[in-house]
Structure formats: structure tokens, C-alpha cells
Design a protein around this ligand. Structure first.
Ligand code: ADP
Length: 758
């Protein structure tokens, strides 16, 4: 902003000097008999010039006195008038308030509401006139007292914030560190000055934000001077108007008065108040862009001045917080508050990105301990994020909504937002959101409905920290301590089922995790049997899905270890085998190792959930359709030219029609297939049949999930060679054939993804 110079009015010291001069004149005329007598004797000597001069002086004094009396009478009249006007006006306000409490038709309520608004406006004008006339008459006195400035500002600013929020404006306020707690000043007048500026900022701003900041300007042992800033993104003020804007009855132009109303007294009073508080006021503004009003004021310091911080609660130290807020200024203020209290904030402006970050962190096994979400954001509404986290608590341990109390957006705006959001959010949530019977609830009610912790915006630091501490403590209590957790296992009726997926193949992992998430289950992934055992030592699970063939420690070995655990909760955990082997021997082996059930790979969603249900609810196996193992030797027609490169139906069924998931799987396949082939080729070259079996088996599982029938066939040939412990003569050719099939599969998969995206 370009600063516009403002004529700083005379300071209170200047005003005091002027009145001292005036007192001198009066004392010469009325109170000094010696000098008066001397004048008379001069006159008797016939010095006519001197007589005339003296007369002139006396006339001047009388005129001044008369003017002074006139002005005082006028001020007294105004003061009395204002006072007399206020009494009936308060009657109107009080009575209309009472009528509003009775039963009225909508039209009557509306008319009465208008009467109230007009009466309030009139009262504000009268108060301004009264204040102004008192100041003019020198009868305006400040009443200093001790008060908690942070508390005081919080209360007054919140009331103003609601007005701004009702207009759809973002409202941010911050008190910078160092501002003391208790000070001595006239709290009422400080609030009046600040409210005048904030009131104007709201009045002259149609969109954007209003920011109020309080900081220490300077201090001595006994005083502290604070700087108050009120910034808006409104209509701004032209430089020529800024010159006189602090004069009484000045408005920028007539059209402003017509459009916005007002008397032009607010800034003049503020100016005087600020002066009386030992400060000054000035303005920077850019026409059409916004204004920044600033003033300083001096406060007495108290001996027991409360520090603005006590010791940091230990629970906050290093706490990672994801802040989702579209307002830059708001993010800045929150970042500062959180850092100052020992936390580590990450700031995001967009709800879609936040959802992605939550998902990513969860997948990486380190979900966000705390998420702070703004309720009102343009693309993905805060409540969508909140509901997603509520649905899937594994995404974040703690959640706080920052709610806008004065939010009165129209139903249409809300629908527009939902429409925008609907392109970015899962169908299940979209449906519920659009059909939410509680859509007309206020944000606060929605928080209560969802049992969410919330802070009202603009949040004071104390309040925000208090709520964060509460939520963080709740999360810590909810988290089960290692070891003790399993022993104290209690039925978790309302919580999501927690599944441990042991699977080394990334494509199968991704696919299974998606299916389980979609079902609302919490999932942790282990890449081998060792990782399974490590996870069980620290976390509780309801069921394990165990791939039997994994590196380091396979599923059989891991199951034997689990069943022989001395911890009864661990040893009794239900285990479902994920097996690619569909012959009776393998099943028996799974059961013999202590597993409770099995599902054939590639996983068919229906089979998987039926088996989980059977194992957990102890239903009969006979309810199940016997799974067909598409990877078994029986199902694969060796060298069958009729097989498709890509079984489109099969793969789409596997991913439940989710092209986005398919795209991810294809990406994983593209990056891993070369590695697989390298391993297979090296094993063939070295005659290492064991490695060949493992690598070919892994690749077979991956391409089977992707519906690559011919590639699966080619991998199976090599796996069989490995299992038989004997390489056939054309083993090298078989590797070449596999490579060719993988290439073709990749091309077809890419086409399928591209078609699905169109
Ligand atoms: P009023 O009662 O008319 O608002 P003020 O003394 O408070 O009286 O303000 C004087 C004039 O200054 C206003 O009428 C308006 O033209 C201008 N003004 C004050 N604050 C702002 C602002 N934040 N943005 C734009 N114009 C402002």
C-alpha cells in the first residue's frame, strides 16, 4: 500500500499550551488589579492611543468570552439533547425486544427487526454526537483501571468478527507475543476506538478479509505503548480524501454517505480518543484496494503484569499439526501460534491436497496426530474433511474444526460449493453430504452432531491451545500402550475393524488395501513374516490376512510363531491365508500351521469379505462358495493361444471399476516388471531354480491381479520350472516370451486407463 500522508492533529500537549495562553489573557483582564489600575492612570494622562488599545483588548476579551460561553452553551445543549434523545430511544429498543419474544407472524417479525436496526443505528449516532460534544467541551475524561487486555480484546473483537463473517468476510486477529496481560487504561474507550475502525472496515469491505493485529511498539519501566492495526480489502480511500478524513463530519464523498450512511464523526472521535490515550492515528490506503488504519496508545504497566505464556504443556512439544485453511493470513497467524507453543505445523490451503496428504501419511504408517480444519473453504468444505476423518479415524488421531460463527451463506452458495467438491470426493461421502438432512444446521450444531472438537474463529491463542491440549490428551488416552494394549483387549464394537495385511507384492498390496479401506477397515501392511511379528508386538489387530509365500519368513512360519506366542491375545488372533495354491495339500498345510481360513489369490472382494465375516463371526464354512483359484495349474491352460492379453472384465471387477486405483496399479506394474524380469533372467542364467520359483510366482500374482492372462501363463511356466528344480531347454526363450507378454499387457492396460479416464 502507498502510504498517504495524514495531517497529524495537534497533540494533547499542544492543546494544553493553547488553553494556557487563553488563561493568561483572562487573568490580565480580570484578576490583576495592579495592572488594571496602572492602565487607568495611563489613561488619565491623556494617552488616547493607549486607551483605544486597551478598549480594543477588552472588547476582544469580552468577545472571546462570549464566544466561549456560546460554544459551551451549544455543547451543553447538544449534550442534554443527546441524553434526552437516548431515553425514549432506549424505550423503543427495550419494548421492541419484548414484542419480538411474543408470537408474531413472519412479516411482523421482519418489520420489528427493521425498527430495531434503525433504533440501534440512531442510538449509535446519538452516542457519537454526545461523545463528540463532550470532547469539544473538554468534559470527556478517561477512567483508567486495571484490566486484562487480551481477554477484553477477545470479547470485543469476537462480537465484531461475527458481523464480518455474516458478510462472508474472513476475519483474522492476532496479538503478537510480548503484549502484556494486565494493563492500566480506560478499557471502554480503547474498545470504542478499535471498534470504530473495525466497524468501518466491515462497512466498507464487500469481499476478502479483515485483519486486526496488536503489537508492542515500545515500552518503559512504567508504560507500554501498543500498536493497533486494522487492515481491510475494501473500497479504499483516495489520497486527497485521506488528508481530512479525521476531521469531524467528513466523509469521502456524498455517494459514500448515501450508500453506507454514517455521520462522519467516528474517525474524529477515534482520533480524539487516541490522542487522549497518548497515541496517534494514521492511515495507509489504496483506492479500490483496501485500507490500513493504525493507532498507538499508551498503557500503564502493572507490577504483577501477567506474562502472556506459562510453561508449555509437554504434550504439545513437537506435535505435528496439519493446518487446512484457505486464508493466507489465517494460516500465518495459526502457524505463529502453533510454533510458539512448541508444535510443528504444516500448512495447506486446499482441502483436496489435505485429503491426499492424510491418505499418504496413513499409508506411510505415520498418520497425522492432529488436524486443524477451517470449516469454510472454497473447493472442499471443511466438514467433508472432518467427515472423512470421522469415517476413517486411522487418517488422523485428533481433529479440531475452526468454525465461523456468523456464517450465513445462502443455500445456493452452499450447493455451488458442494457441486465443486463433488468432483473431488468419494461417492459415498458426496451422497451423504448432498442428502444430509441437517444441511441447514449451523457449523456449531454440525460439530456437535459429529461430536467434533471446535474453536470459534477468530480463535485466541489461549483458547486454541486449550482445545489442542484437550484433543491431544484424548488421543493419547485412546492410543493403547504397547504390550498392555493386547492384554487389555476389549471388544471394539464401534471402531473400524483393524486388519494386518501380510503381502509382499506391491500390486496386490495396493489392491487389497483399497478393498479393505472401502469397506471401512483400518489396514496395516507387513511385507514379510518378520514384519508381521514386529507389528503384533506393538499394535492390536482384529484379523491377519497372511500371504503364504513371502521372503524372509513365509506365512506358514509366521503363523507357527504366532500360535506359539505366550501372549494369549496374540496366539489366538484369527489368521486368514491368502493362497495362490488351490490344491488340497496347500490348504491342509495352512490349517495345519494354525490358520483359520483361506482366500484364493487374486482376491475376489466377495470371497475375501465373506471369509473375514465367517472367521470373525464364526459362521459355517458351508455358507461360502468354494473359491476358484485362477492361479492354480488347473486354471491355467499352458500355452493357450486363446487367452486374452488383458482380461478387461476381470481387472475391472478386481478394482471394482475404480480407474484411479487401476492407474496406480498400472504405474506400480510398469516400474516393477523390469525388476521382476531381471531377477527371473538372472536365476535362469545361474540355474537357480529356487529364486526362479519365488520371482516367477511373485510376478504371476501381480499380473493375475491385473487381468494379464497370457503374461500370467508365461510366468507360471517359469514358476513350474523352478518348483520342479529343473530348467527346461527353452527356459531362456520362456523368459523372452514372458517379457513380450508383459510389454503387450502394459500397452493394453494403458489403453484401458486412458479409455476409463475419457
Ligand atoms: P462514518 O460514520 O461516516 O463512517 P467515519 O468518521 O467513521 O464516519 O468515517 C468517515 C469516512 O471515512 C467514511 O464515511 C468513509 O467515507 C471513510 N472511511 C472510513 N473508514 C474507511 C475504510 N475502512 N474504508 C474506506 N473508507 C473509509
Amino acid at each position: 500500500m502507498t502510504p498517504t500522508s495524514h495531517q497529524i492533529p495537534p497533540t494533547s500537549d499542544d492543546a494544553q499550551d493553547a488553553s494556557d495562553d487563553y488563561d493568561d489573557v483572562v487573568s490580565v483582564a480580570d484578576d490583576d488589579p495592579d495592572r488594571a489600575a496602572a492602565s487607568k492612570s495611563d489613561c488619565s494622562e491623556g494617552d488616547t492611543d493607549s486607551v483605544r488599545e486597551n478598549d480594543h483588548e477588552q472588547n476582544l476579551t469580552r468577545a472571546l468570552q462570549a464566544a466561549e460561553d456560546g460554544s459551551r452553551h451549544k455543547t451543553e445543549f447538544l449534550t442534554n439533547m443527546s441524553h434526552e434523545l437516548r431515553t425514549p430511544l432506549n424505550g423503543i429498543l427495550g419494548m421492541s425486544e419484548l414484542i419480538l419474544d411474543t408470537e408474531l407472524s413472519p412479516v411482523q417479525s421482519e418489520y420489528l427487526g427493521l425498527i430495531q436496526t434503525s433504533a440501534h443505528d440512531l442510538l449509535a449516532i446519538i452516542n457519537d454526537v454526545l461523545d463528540f460534544s463532550r470532547i469539544e467541551a473538554g468534559r470527556f475524561r478517561l477512567v483508567p483501571a486495571r484490566f486484562d487486555i487480551r481477554e477484553q480484546l477477545k470479547t470485543s473483537i469476537r462480537a465484531l468478527a461475527v458481523r464480518a463473517q455474516q458478510k462472508g468476510l474472513e476475519f483474522v486477529y492476532r496479538i503478537t507475543p510480548g503484549v502484556p496481560g494486565t494493563v492500566i487504561a480506560d478499557a471502554r474507550r480503547l474498545v470504542q476506538a478499535l471498534s470504530n475502525l473495525v466497524g468501518n472496515a466491515i462497512k466498507f469491505t464487500e469481499q476478502g478479509e479483515i485483519v486486526v493485529e496488536v503489537a508492542v511498539a515500545s515500552q518503559t519501566d512504567s508504560t507500554v505503548t501498543l500498536n493497533f492495526q486494522v487492515r481491510d480489502t475494501g473500497i479504499g480511500i483516495a489520497p486527497e480524501a485521506a488528508e481530512t478524513i479525521f476531521d469531524a463530519f467528513r466523509q469521502v464523498d456524498g455517494s459514500t454517505t448515501r450508500k453506507f450512511g454514517g455521520t462522519g464523526l467516528g474517525l474524529a472521535i477515534t482520533n480524539q480518543l487516541v490522542e487522549m490515550m497518548g497515541g496517534r492515528i494514521w492511515l495507509e490506503s489504496r483506492h479500490g484496494k483496501g485500507s490500513l488504519f493504525q493507532f498507538t496508545a499508551e498503557f500503564g504497566r502493572t507490577a504483577d503484569e501477567r506474562q502472556d505464556r506459562t510453561a508449555l504443556p509437554a504434550i504439545l512439544k513437537g506435535l505435528e499439526v496439519l493446518v487446512v485453511d484457505d486464508s493466507l493470513m489465517s494460516r500465518k497467524v495459526l502457524e505463529e501460534m502453533l510454533c510458539r507453543n512448541g508444535m510443528k505445523p504444516t500448512l495447506v490451503a486446499d482441502g483436496t491436497i489435505a485429503l491426499q496428504m492424510l491418505e499418504k501419511a496413513h499409508k506411510a504408517g505415520s498418520p497425522w496426530p492432529l488436524v486443524l480444519v477451517d470449516d469454510r473453504m472454497p473447493r472442499v468444505h471443511g466438514f467433508i474433511i472432518a467427515e472423512t476423518i470421522k469415517e476413517r479415524p486411522e487418517l488422523a488421531s485428533g481433529l479440531i474444526m475452526m468454525i465461523t460463527p456468523g456464517d450465513r451463506r445462502t443455500a445456493q452458495q452452499r450447493l455451488r460449493e458442494l457441486h465443486e467438491a463433488s468432483r473431488l470426493i468419494p461417492d459415498s461421502i458426496k451422497y451423504r453430504e448432498a442428502g444430509d438432512p441437517h444441511r441447514r444446521r449451523t457449523s456449531l450444531e454440525r460439530c456437535q452432531h459429529l461430536e467434533l472438537s471446535c474453536v470459534l474463529k477468530p480463535a485466541s491463542e489461549e483458547e486454541l491451545i486449550r482445545v489442542i491440549c484437550e484433543v491431544a490428551e484424548e488421543s493419547v488416552q485412546a492410543a493403547r500402550p504397547v504390550g498392555e494394549a493386547n492384554l487389555n483387549r476389549a471388544p471394539r464394537k464401534s471402531e473400524a475393524l483393524k486388519v494386518l495385511l501380510a503381502e509382499d507384492n506391491r500390486i496386490n498390496q495396493t489392491c487389497a488395501v483399497h478393498l479393505l479401506h472401502k469397506k471401512g477397515y483400518e489396514v496395516a501392511v507387513a511385507n514379510n513374516g518378520r514384519e508381521v511379528l514386529a507389528l503384533l508386538a506393538s499394535e492390536f489387530f482384529d484379523v491377519i490376512l497372511m500371504d503364504v509365500q513371502m521372503p524372509e519368513l513365509d506365512g506358514y512360519g509366521a503363523t507357527i510363531e504366532i500360535r506359539s506366542s505366550t501372549d494369549s491375545v496374540i496366539s489366538n488372533l484369527p489368521i486368514i491365508a491368502l493362497t495362490a495354491h488351490n490344491n488340497a495339500g496347500d490348504r491342509e498345510r495352512c490349517l495345519a500351521a494354525g490358520m483359520d481360513g483361506y482366500v484364493a489369490k487374486p482376491i475376489q472382494p466377495g470371497d475375501l469379505f465373506a471369509e473375514i465375516d465367517r472367521i470373525l463371526n464364526k459362521t459355517e464354512k458351508s455358507d461360502l462358495v468354494e473359491p476358484v483359484d485362477l492361479l492354480s495349474g488347473d486354471a491355467i491352460a499352458d500355452g493357450d493361444d486363446e487367452l486374452p492379453v488383458l482380461d478387461r472384465e476381470e481387472v475391472l471387477r478386481r478394482v471394482e471399476g475404480n480407474i484411479e486405483l487401476l492407474r496406480i496399479l498400472v504405474g506400480t506394474f510398469e516400474s516393477s516388471r523390469i525388476e521382476y524380469v531381471r531377477h527371473i533372467r538372472a536365476a535362469v542364467d545361474a540355474g537357480d531354480t529356487e529364486t526362479l520359483e519365488t520371482a516367477a510366482h511373485g510376478l504371476k500374482g501381480a499380473v493375475a491381479t491385473l487381468g494379464g492372462a497370457r503374461a500370467r501363463d508365461a510366468a507360471f511356466r517359469l514358476e513350474t520350472m523352478g518348483r520342479n528344480g529343473q530348467l527346461e531347454r527353452d527356459a531362456a526363450n520362456a523368459v523372452g516370451a514372458l517379457e513380450g507378454e508383459l510389454g503387450r499387457l502394459q500397452t493394453e492396460l494403458r489403453d484401458l486407463v486412458a479409455e476409463g479416464t475419457d
